[in-house]
Design a protein around this ligand. Structure first.
Ligand SMILES: Nc1ncnc2c1ncn2[C@@H]1O[C@H](COP(=O)(O)OP(=O)(O)OP(=O)(O)O)[C@@H](O)[C@H]1O
Ligand SMILES: Cc1ncc(CO)c(N)n1
Length: 273
């Protein structure tokens, strides 16, 4: 356990999910469970629940600058992550701030589509993310459909997950996780390719559950938390994956669609040792 007075600070740059299970709400809950203090730049609001996204309202661009200025003036932000960024202008505004504040330990979760199918990043936004945001990132964490778009290839096998990770690195980001949560079969394989060319698989049993809303946000927020605590990237990834594997097995039966995860069911640092 870390003394709460010693929690390091992280930042989530993301959209709000009124349903509470994904987006910045998932990030904040995850960071708290992983013993990191979470600050927030809200990039947009969604009217959303476990059944889908009913509305999406990006924040005014100047308000993004203001939120960055407020957070950065007061906190020592050790690590940051991005989530839903909506469109090109918002991607570029976020990238500009991350450059200006020289943010280290940046995890980019290239959120494109919500579980119910709603678009959370339009095609011009995807291009901007590739060109302006990925080169600033320490790690990018696409799921299979996102990896297909970033790598411009289809992925139907584990070999192709490896190929896609290599192609995504050519976009200028040193470290990649291609998440396999959308794959078939009883075991889920996530592929990790690190800057030193080390590639390895993280695997876990596929949990048959409808409570999977915000799994991607949660994994990337957990990794960001451990980076803020000073873990090296490989350790942060392994611990983040372990957190994810633990809480996905303890479902929270709420809502009528893709239910939320139970972020708080984690006993902290000691839980994994
Ligand atoms: N059914 C499952 N059982 C066990 N682990 C899972 C399951 N689904 C996803 N995961 C794990 O959760 C993490 C996120 O994977 P996933 O591919 O679902 O992300 P995502 O599609 O970005 O999620 P979302 O769009 O809901 O935020 C990965 O580490 C993956 O292995
Ligand atoms: C606001 C928001 N961010 C991210 C996701 C992806 O889980 C979502 N469904 N909603």
């Amino acid at each position: 356990m870390i003394d709460p007075h010693q929690y390091p600070t992280a930042l989530t740059i993301a959209g709000s999910d009124s349903g509470g299970g994904a987006g910045m709400q998932a990030d904040i809950k995850t960071m708290q469970a992983c013993e990191t203090f979470s600050t927030v730049v809200v990039v947009g609001l969604t009217a959303q629940n476990t059944l889908g996204v009913q509305g999406a309202y990006p924040t005014e661009l100047s308000v993004i600058d203001e939120q960055f200025a407020s957070v950065m003036a007061d906190f020592d932000v050790r690590a940051a992550k991005t989530g839903a960024l909506f469109d090109r202008d918002h991607v570029l505004q976020v990238a500009k701030n991350l450059r200006d504040y020289n943010q280290a330990n940046l995890v980019v979760d290239p959120v494109m589509v919500a579980k119910g199918g709603a678009t959370l990043l339009d095609p011009a936004g995807i291009e901007a993310l590739k060109q302006s945001l990925l080169p600033l990132a320490t790690l990018v964490t696409p799921n299979l459909p996102e990896a297909e778009l970033l790598a411009d290839m289809t992925i139907t096998s584990r070999d192709e997950m490896v190929q896609a990770a290599k192609k995504i690195r050519e976009l200028g980001v040193a470290n990649v996780i291609v998440k396999g949560g959308h794959g078939d079969g009883p075991v889920i394989y996530d592929y990790v390719l690190l800057a030193d060319q080390e590639g390895f698989w993280l695997e876990g049993p596929k949990v048959e559950t409808s409570s999977k809303h915000g799994t991607g946000d949660t994994l990337s927020a957990a990794i960001t938390s451990f980076l803020a605590q000073g873990d090296d990237l490989k350790t942060a990834i392994i611990k983040g994956h372990r957190y994810m594997n633990t809480i996905i097995g303890i479902p929270l039966p709420l809502g009528h669609g893709h239910g939320p995860l139970n972020h708080g069911r984690w006993a902290g640092q000691g839980a994994e040792e």
